[in-house]
Write a protein of this length. Sequence first.
Lengths: 475, 391
Amino acid sequence: MLFPTIDFAIFFAVAFTVNWLLNPYAGPWKLAMIGLSYVFYGWVGWSYCLLLFATTAVAFVGGNVTASMRNDRARRTTMIVTVAALLGILGWFKYYGFVSVNLDNVTRTLGMGQPVPLLQVALPIAISFFTFMAIIYVIDIYRRKLEPAKPLDFAVYLSFFPHLLAGPIVRGTELLPQIRRRRDPDNIDYSRAFWLILAGLFKKVVISSYVSANIVQPVFTSPSQHSAPEAIFAAWGYAVQIYCDFSGYTDIAIGLALLLGFRFPQNFNAPYTARTLQDFWRRWHMTLSRWLRDYLYIPLGGNAGNGVTTVRNIMITMVLGGLWHGAAWTFVIWGALHGVGQSVGHIRRTVRERKGLPPVADGPVRIWVQRFLTFQFVCLGWVFFNATGVSQVLDVLGRLFSGWGEPSPLVTPLLVLVVVGTLLSQFVPPISVSRLQAGFSRLHTAWQVGLLGFALLGITTFGPVGVAPFIYYRF
Amino acid sequence: MGMGMGMDAGMDAGTDAGMEMDTDTDAGVPAPSTAPPTVGRERDVDPDTAWVTAEDGRPRDGRVRLPWTRVLLLGVLAFALWFFLFAPTLEHNAQVSPVGTRRTISLDITRPIAALSRALQLSRIVSVTGRENDQPGGTDGLIISGPRPGTSKQQPSIATRQLGVPATTTTVPPNPKLPTAATPLRVLIVGDSIGLDMGGALQSDLAGTGIVNAALDGRESTGLTRPDYFNWPAELANDIKADSPQVVVVMIGANDAQDFLGPPDTPYASPAWNGLYTQRVSQFMQIASSTHANVIWVGMPPMQNPTLSGQMVDLNTIVKQQAAAFKPPVTFIDTDKSLGTPTGGYTAFTTNAAGQIVNTRTPDGTHLTPGGSQVVAQQVIAELVSQGYHI
């Protein structure tokens, strides 16, 4: 079920009411939430519910067995087997087609025939997200950061519909305690929740759709007919599109959870204000970044070893992070690009430290130059991220060298305003937004109804007919 | 917490999620980071926690909290207001949706509310924006690709140069089968979402020759059965007027296996339906060839869903018959072998001209991947070459 639909609005009205009516009754509440979440997920395809159930069962049993082992080696083995099983499920659905086609092409070239059958395995929506949450649960139990949950608690944790389709990737230590305790039905932070939901809808339905239709899609569909300025705005536009799409989804998810009495972790923190790539990854898809850091990068050794091992670990982490987004070489290159960028940053810092050089003094010019360069690098990566293949990347980037002096009808004043305005909005102080929310919460109910109704009207009026699915639903 | 659009949401003030921050790899467990963010100023502080005092933990953010019943009431009233103001558009959306129970119920609900909204002149709030009956998604009009006649600096194609044809023409009307950079062949590609998949690849390939000017008009979720939703004959007539194509490539039909809207509705696959669809296809072919353009109609490929696949076979049969009746200038191209098994069944993989295995279909079992689009695009180009076009 897509968030920006009337189907979901009706579903949520029911879920909200059921959530608070059953709030005093823990058992029925959990069963109701599981049922509602499975209905929400099954709306896309009922067979997928079996997969969600299977993942829940594997992680729950694996976590419990891991916790019950007294011997450290047995604990580790059980944890590894469980994580391998979870990754096996993910790998089958997400990577089998990619691996089999590439493997068969290599073996055919070598005259070795076709070693694996070619099968098109449908990618179940959300599998990457709930698999990562299941892995968190099992590893945190292994690390003794988390006690095994009760079956219903764990089933709610993994299937809870506000985060189910595209995160945030919530940890057991964050969500399970909230599931166990009774939520306060008289203390809903509704002004913040409504703001987040409407802001998310605005970003997704209006901004992301507009930029996609008016610059990104035309240029990426046929780069050869577009000028260099159009190619540049297509790359910047995609940066705006994917940010508004994904952070818009996240805002809605966090707002919905807030209405149900839950708090989710932050997933975006003004990413295009970042001054370095390292800084960018602290601000972009933060729950994935910390997953990669805590469950991949640090277990690989992090930056505790020498420079070579650190660069190796960064590259492995970023390439696998790229591959997580999709089974395609463009995602691998995108991840590698960020890995190389971060490695260069790491080497520069290490060299300065070894030479005993003091930190470079910050000034406004240096800060803005860093921000500008980081943004351009990120946009270069986005071209790979959005392209259907490397040849399309070359076509788009090629226009930067050959497309000057041609007319740029797509770069309209409105487009420039939307792209630049969205980027500049990242510098709006959150404290002023919080004051707006506080002001809204003190208004008379009639004004609140009017403002919310007209805000929704503006969003639906200026959005396209039929909103495209969120980009991150594919992952 | 910083705020993209002034509104990124979150609760973890200063959570450091970047690589390299945690060097504690002892036992593989990072120490919880308490370091301030790299760019830490007031704007990086989460408004939820910034206003909380440590003494009593009560929010001091100034936001009033409400009981859930009041929140529900507020949400329902705001939704009702929106529904009332937006009802005419919702009614329109319901009218153009596929025939069935959902459409009937949607119309039953939206019709009286839309009527009231119009009677009270409230619908004008939306109608003044001119967006009450917006068009479906797609290319949003023609996307034209390739050399602009008379302005291109690109070289003639290898085929043209081999024939010794001059790169520019003077007084002799250009021969569309011998295009040059100065007098490029004008190709128009139209279709539904599958046509859009194929069209993007074909447009790119044709424009890449440097001697073809290719225009693409693709509209998602459209077809020939529901002109109330999207009027393809009118759209094609406009495209032809705007572009004056010499070749028109059509790939449309994936959404056409549905009832014709009445009253009375004409059930899909009934004899009356077949007759009506034949008329629509015939009309479309006439418009496409109205400026003496050659028309290449690309058939629908096999689908993973057996029911849909069977429907596409039926539609292809009708189109094929009409193409035969209009030949020339209409030519039908089958995709059941190029994108299907040797017996015309569904498969997601094929071997391309370079001998590489290509995944041709998206996981929905309906649309084309870039690889699949390329296979069909090359099929169309091969047909053009076989018809004598030197591209």
